[in-house]
Design a protein around this ligand. Structure first.
Ligand SMILES: [Zn+2]
Length: 402
C-alpha cells in the first residue's frame, strides 16, 4: 500500500456505497494525491507514512462537492434583496431590469482581475465550509467577450485556491437587453457564435429553461449544439413552472436537472428512466420564500439520485455554505441528514460526471476529505452557522483550519 499520508482514528462515512454508514476507528491511506487504502485500523497493512493526521474519533467524510454555483459575477444585489423583503416578486424584479440583467450589467463592466478577486473570496468561504470540488457557471455576460472572461476566471480559480473547479457555459441564462423580444435570435447567436468560441473553457453546457428564461424547444437547440461538440449538458428545470424541463433533461441524457420545484409525475418518471441526477437548490426556495417544493418523496421512491447544492448567486441564493444548504434541504425539502450528505458528496459528483473520482473515499478516488468537529453525520445539518471543518485534505494536501 503506497502512502504519503495516513488519516487515522476516523469515524468514517466514506459514501463509497452511496450511504452514510459510519465505520469506527478507520484509516485512510493516501498516495500521490489519491486514496490508496481504506479500512479498519486493525487491518492496515504494515508500513510507514511520511505524515499522519489523527482524527481522534471525529467524523471524516469526502470533501463536499458543490455541483451548482454562479460564483463569478460583478457587484451584488443587496438593495434588490431589501425590495424583495418588502414584497417584490422575482418576476416583477426581472421585468424592471433588476434581477439577472442587473448582474449582467455589473459583470460586463468588471475586469478579469475584479471578477477574480470577488469570486476568489466567495470560493474561500465555500471552501471553509468543507467544499473541495465546485462547479462554476458563466451566464452573466450573455455576450462573447464576457462569457469567455467569466469562464477564464472560473478556470483560474482552481489553481488560485486549491479547490477543484468544474466550469459550465450558461450563455442561455436569460435574454440580454440587446436581444429583447427576440429570444430565438439570441439562441441562434449562442449556438453559432458564443458556444463554438467558449467550448474549450467549459466542461458542460447548461440552459435556464423556464418562463423567464427559454422554452424547452429553445433549450433543446442549445443542448444539441453542445452535444455535437461532445460537451455534456445539464438544465435549470421547472423552477417557476412545470415547463417540461425535467423531461427534456432526461430525454437528452443530461448529467443533471436542477431546481425541479414544479416538476410533475411525468418529469420524475423521465428522470427515473434516464439516470439524470436531480439537483436540489433549497437556498433559492428559502431566499425567494417560494412555497413550491421539489417532489422529494416521488424522487426518492423512484430511486432518482438527489444532489444538494448552494446555487450560490447574487440574486436568489447568496449562500456560501454547503452544510447550510444541506440543512435547508432537510428542513424545507424533507431530505434525511444522510440523504443530504449523499447529496453533497457522491450524488453531486455524479451530477458533474465525476462519479467515483470525487465525493467518495475509496481506492482510486481523489484524496479529498474533511475531518469535522463532529461525530455524527446529522451534526453537519444540525448546527447552524457554526464552522465545523477541523481539517481539509485536498488532493492529499492537508489544510488545517484550526
Ligand atoms: Zn442556477
Amino acid at each position: 500500500v503506497g502512502r504519503d499520508l495516513l488519516v487515522t482514528g476516523c469515524r468514517l462515512a466514506s459514501m463509497a456505497d452511496g450511504t452514510a454508514t459510519v465505520m469506527d476507528d478507520a484509516v485512510v491511506a493516501v498516495a500521490a494525491g489519491t486514496v490508496s487504502w481504506v479500512g479498519p485500523a486493525f487491518a492496515l497493512p504494515a508500513g510507514t507514512a511520511s505524515r499522519v493526521v489523527d482524527a481522534a474519533g471525529r467524523l471524516v467524510t469526502p470533501g463536499l462537492v458543490d455541483c451548482h454555483t454562479h460564483l463569478v459575477f460583478g457587484g451584488h444585489r443587496a438593495e434588490e434583496y431589501r425590495r424583495r423583503l418588502a414584497g417584490a416578486t422575482y418576476e416583477e424584479l426581472a421585468r424592471h431590469g433588476d434581477g439577472i440583467l442587473a448582474t449582467v450589467r455589473a459583470t460586463r463592466a468588471a475586469s478579469e482581475d475584479e471578477l477574480m478577486e470577488a469570486a476568489g473570496a466567495r470560493l474561500a468561504a465555500l471552501a471553509a465550509s468543507g467544499v473541495t470540488t465546485v462547479e462554476v457557471k458563466s451566464g452573466y455576460g450573455l455576450d462573447l467577450d464576457t462569457e469567455l472572461r467569466m469562464l477564464r476566471v472560473a478556470r483560474q480559480l482552481g489553481p488560485a485556491t486549491g479547490v477543484r473547479v468544474v466550469t459550465t457555459f450558461l450563455g442561455a441564462h436569460t435574454v440580454p437587453e440587446e436581444f429583447a423580444g427576440r429570444p430565438d435570435d439570441y439562441v441562434g447567436y449562442v449556438c453559432s457564435t458564443v458556444l463554438p468560441a467558449v467550448a474549450g473553457f467549459a466542461d458542460a453546457v447548461d440552459v435556464f429553461c423556464d418562463r423567464v428564461g427559454f422554452t424547452a424547444d429553445q433549450a433543446a437547440l442549445v443542448l444539441a449544439a453542445a452535444q455535437e461538440r461532445g460537451l455534456p449538458v445539464k438544465l435549470h428545470a421547472d423552477q417557476l413552472s412545470d415547463s417540461g424541463g425535467a423531461a427534456l433533461a432526461a430525454r437528452v441524457g443530461a448529467l443533471s436537472a436542477d431546481h425541479l420545484e414544479h416538476t410533475g409525475p411525468e418529469g420524475v418518471a423521465a428522470l427515473e428512466a434516464s439516470g439524470t441526477v436531480a439537483v436540489l437548490l433549497p437556498g433559492a426556495a428559502y431566499v425567494l420564500a417560494d412555497p413550491a417544493r421539489p417532489p422529494v418523496a416521488a424522487l426518492r421512491a423512484a430511486g432518482v439520485p438527489m444532489a444538494v447544492a448552494t446555487a450560490a448567486n447574487p440574486g436568489t441564493s447568496p449562500l456560501l455554505s454547503l452544510p447550510l444548504a444541506m440543512h435547508l434541504a432537510c428542513r424545507l425539502f424533507g431530505l434525511t441528514p444522510e440523504e443530504a450528505l449523499a447529496g453533497a458528496t457522491c450524488h453531486a459528483a455524479r451530477a458533474l460526471g465525476l462519479a467515483e473520482r470525487v465525493g467518495v473515499i475509496a481506492p482510486g478516488a481523489a484524496a479529498d476529505l474533511v475531518v469535522w468537529d463532529a461525530t455524527e453525520p446529522t451534526e453537519l445539518v444540525y448546527w447552524l452557522g457554526r464552522p465545523l471543518c477541523r481539517a481539509v485534505v485536498r488532493g492529499g494536501q492537508v489544510t488545517s483550519l484550526v
